[in-house]
Design a protein around this ligand. Sequence first.
Ligand code: GLU
Ligand code: MG
Length: 439
Amino acid sequence: MSGQTLELLAIATTDLAAIVRGRSIRADRLDSTDAGVGWCPANLSLTPFGTIVDPNPWGTTGDVRLVPDRGARYRTVATGSPTPFDVVMAYIRELDGSPWPCCPRGLLKQAVDALCDKTGLTLKVAFEQEFQLFDTQLPLAHALSIAAMRQTDPFAPRLAAALEEAGIDPETLLAEFGRDQLEVTCTPADPITAADRAVAIREITRELARTMGWRASFAPKTAPQAVGNGVHIHFSLVDAGGKPATYSATGLAGLSDVASQFCAGILRHLPALTALTAPSTPSYYRLKPNSWSASWTWLADRDREASLRICPVTTIGGRQPAPQYNIEYRAADATANPYLAIAAIIRAGLTGIVERMPPPPVVAEHPEGLDAKRRKALGLERLPDGIDAALQALREDAVVTSWFPPDLLAAFNGVRQAEIARLKGLSAEEVCALYRELY
Ligand code: GLU
Ligand code: MG
């Protein structure tokens, strides 16, 4: 305590609109807050527009607890804000401490446990996140240039320091292709930590930009013609002994049998998964062919148009492929709840393993250039071209909907329908301008 301020710690949950919400306690009382703080079930039906979906599965009744996961605390004084950024991620629990079935973080934990129980495997995950800076008055700078990065100084080094202090282990910070667009990555971790980090990185980035008088936006498209801001989810499988299990020297494009089944499961359910990983109207301004994002149920070796991209490995310095080898899921953005996104990827991959799905083809040509017959033979399907189509794909995929409780699906659909209604009649420019502010 400094006399002027009493430090607060936010106990946080990330909702279906990917907004991080919660309640703060005195930071010195975390130890005695093992029962968490109160929370309202209907909060899961909040929209990004400051409204609550009505009706929703809970209405005005009921109570749950936001119980802090004390190992998932992200604290830094380096954002330049007057008091520390201090957030601890929580599980939403019933009043008796049992898991609340609709908690997104809890659903990810269940998916991780299911994968481990059925296969002995775990996943290592890292998020690669793109964002743009606004209100900077920065001059035009060349794409990917050192100057584009340096002219934001000291933004990037301060971001690196803040992430490091928060225990996030930043890896690469770079100027991306778009105007004032940057990208930040961190080292891989278990799926829950990776999602926690993705959330913390966004919040810390936004706070740092704010203290510099700028705004950081992670919206999938900040203008219809702008470069997209992607959230690329990198994953690899690890066996019970902690050894990498994604790579096989003799496998197709290096995929082990189990990794190829895991990818087959994702590809099989990808149209429905897209609703969960790219859940907003502007998500589909980004998921278009020739945008370096994703638009087909397509697994490719080192092609950035593919939805599942087998990432490169290097042999420099005698490096072995197995520990580096990973797959990148590219059809995600920051309007998606990261816990549900990975939960869905894990569940889909697990289905592929359990059903021993045949290895999916690793396709070298862009599906756009293939005729319909060839695409059909290769199992290539266009991803939904809008949120309505994605929601329909989700509704029609009984396997995907079976992974989530009906109340969660109802709340998710409610939030999406509220977004669709709110955006009715808006031009793409207006939608992008709105999401640029919201995300
Ligand atoms: N900005 C692209 C996207 O929307 C990704 C560019 C890249 O490959 O990093 O996903
Ligand atoms: Mg990038």
